[in-house]
Design a protein around this ligand. Sequence first.
Ligand SMILES: *[C@@H]1O[C@H](CO)[C@@H](O)[C@H](O)[C@H]1NC(C)=O
Length: 224
Amino acid sequence: MEVHQGFHAIAGVLRVIGLVDGTLIPIANTSALDQAFICRKGFAAINVQVVVDHRGRFTDVVAKWPGSTHDSFVWANSAAGQDAERGVFGQSIFLGDSGYPLRIYLLNPVTNPTMQAENSYNIAHARTRNLVERSIGRWKMRFRCLHKSAGGLRLKPQRCCAVVVVTAMLHNIAVTGGATLPDEVEEEEEEEEEDASHNPLQPRDDLHAAGVHTRNQIIHFAFD
Ligand SMILES: *[C@@H]1O[C@H](CO)[C@@H](O)[C@H](O)[C@H]1NC(C)=O
């Protein structure tokens, strides 16, 4: 209830339990590194999936996939994604960018909005989702070793994943304790969303159709 209310207060989207996003954590490229770590932007990285709550704390972190992995694949293979598919979160929904599939429990933006209500929904979706991008920015600011400007974590990939998880936990402690926020770093990489139309893992199936229905209900209930 507290998380729902906290998210609702941002931009009026109801029943949100978390914001999901993928972020690339740069790691050092060595000759021994598997090429699967080279991300779509051409550098060596780990693809980390995070879910944040209404206060910008990480409630779920998946740090085990190489940089070339699609966000939708990480989601589908994560405990959060599989729990959501099994209905564990009830009526609660996650918000994600267009790199994530549309589901009854996971709403992404309307790709080509034509109605005013769809526009309003997209704006509210973006304003709410902004929190996950800011949270990632603050996390990388607190722990500069995670930021691209540090040149990549110089550890074995498995150790990098441990650093990712532990720094996320420390970030949560800092947020809960009300620690002073560092200035945010530019996260231009976070703004570039994956294009859903190029995503091989997004068949337009029954699950998608049910997601369209849920999204339309929310659009017409809250934004018409
Ligand atoms: C990573 O390192 C390998 C071997 O040292 C090299 O062939 C490759 O071009 C490098 N890739 C990037 C993106 O720097």
